[in-house]
Design a protein around this ligand. Structure first.
Ligand code: KG4
Ligand code: ZN
Length: 389
């Protein structure tokens, strides 16, 4: 089975073509084509993601990226001719994108594909809609089903993927998903069963990194900037002159809160002219506080549910210190719990993870009628459709 996957939930436009041989979760996967265009440089000027610009950029770049990915994948063609019956919706909503796609489809022989997977949430709704409308028009033209995928489920699969296979997971598994929009502890008693056992009550952890970076006059996205400075501070071996709170660390639940930590940083640096050394000292103290909270809450969840597999996913899982802390946690304290971290290239948003999650979705049920698929900015993993009877 060959799946074309589309991801436009935030500020990366990504398309991949993944071939799956065999049945989920034991299939052998081959990434036939994969491309990603980051809009980070454009959003940097605004200090964060600017939704209207994200939408416009997705619309502008989807067809060029599709062209590149199809060229890379070298798929066999069918004798079919594309149909343009469903183009009205795309024309009405995305005129330029519709014109580009129409011109592309008129030239392109129909490739042998089995399904189109597309992220339908969570994320920025205007951005999600571009990908969904594009997927629907493409699927109608090539007579393929559309498989809606939850972006966070994608991050879980990213962590389990070694480039050709998914790890064989022992349940119960626990996923700590840490990104720009989410901080969640998700319990999986089996494949396709997601129970949200903890989440942030205010800011997401990536958002806290981005906001603190902004206070330090560092560019967006702030995670890598803070991480770099914290690493520099750690390499000197001296302890930071700052200490920040660990919100909700001892509270008897698995929820998180990061807005108090962010405010503590704001007060600590108020009215100061910061040197690079100060920035490093704040970065390391902030990173320490975040890491301790993430570890503390994860331990609570592991203990409560006798977790056998720990999955770390989302953009923040690129953080070296956090990766190390979780590696040590499993080695030293939970040797019977296997840890999976995403390969660096798959930590940020990408479409390979959407193809993998799409393949799983197809194993668990028939995809819905394409016209019923809508963008849902707040889509939760707990809403994932149940296993087919
Ligand atoms: O998963 P992702 O690419 O997009 C969302 O779905 O939100 O995550 C982006 C977030 C941003 O907040 C970014 O600052 C953060 O991941 N991030 C990091 C690092 N690299 C990216 N945070 C901490 N340390 C990093 N090295
Ligand atoms: Zn993400």
């Amino acid at each position: 089975m060959i799946i074309l996957a589309i991801e436009t939930s935030c500020d990366e436009t990504a398309i991949s073509i993944v071939e799956a041989e065999g049945v989920f979760p034991d299939a052998q996967y081959r990434v036939r084509g994969n491309a990603l265009l980051s809009q980070v440089a454009l959003h940097r000027e605004y200090g964060g993601v600017f939704p209207a610009m994200a939408k416009r950029e997705h619309a502008r770049t989807l067809v060029p990226i599709l062209t590149r990915v199809l060229a890379e994948a070298t798929l066999p063609h069918t004798d079919a001719t594309p149909t343009f019956d469903a183009f009205d919706t795309l024309l009405a909503r995305e005129y330029d994108l519709a014109a580009d796609l129409h011109a592309f489809l008129a030239e392109q022989p129909v490739p042998q594909l089995d399904a189109i997977a597309v992220t339908h949430g969570p994320g920025l709704e205007p951005a999600l809609w571009v990908g969904i409308n594009f997927a629907k028009a493409l699927a109608a033209a090539w007579n393929l089903p559309v498989v809606p995928v939850n972006h966070m489920e994608g991050h879980i699969f990213s962590s389990l993927f070694d480039g050709s296979r998914l790890a064989s997971v022992e349940f119960p598994a626990l996923a700590l998903l840490i990104s720009g929009g989410h901080t969640e502890l998700v319990l999986m008693r089996d494949w396709n069963q997601y129970e949200l056992i903890g989440q942030t009550r205010d800011d997401a952890v990536g958002e806290a990194f981005d906001k603190v970076a902004r206070m330090l006059n560092l560019p967006y996205p702030g995670g890598p900037e803070i991480s770099k400075r914290a690493e520099a501070a750690r390499s000197t071996g001296t302890s930071s002159t700052y200490t920040f709170p660990r919100p909700m660390l001892t509270a008897d639940h698995c929820d998180f809160s990061f807005s108090g930590l962010k405010t503590a940083v704001l007060y600590a640096i108020k009215d100061q002219t910061l040197t690079e050394e100060d920035r490093q000292a704040v970065s390391v103290a902030f990173e320490d506080a975040v890491t301790e909270v993430l570890i503390g809450k994860t331990k609570r969840a592991i203990d409560a549910h006798e977790v056998r597999t720990l999955i770390l996913g989302g953009g923040v899982s690129a953080n070296t210190h956090i990766r190390m802390a979780f590696t040590e946690l499993c080695t030293d304290e939970y040797p019977d719990c296997t840890l999976y971290l995403p390969e660096r290239a798959l930590t940020t948003d990408n479409a390979v993870m959407i193809a993998l999650a799409g393949h799983a979705r197809l194993a668990f049920g028939t995809p819905p009628a394409a016209d019923t698929i809508v963008a849902d900015g707040n889509l939760s993993l707990a809403e994932t459709p149940a296993r087919k009877p």
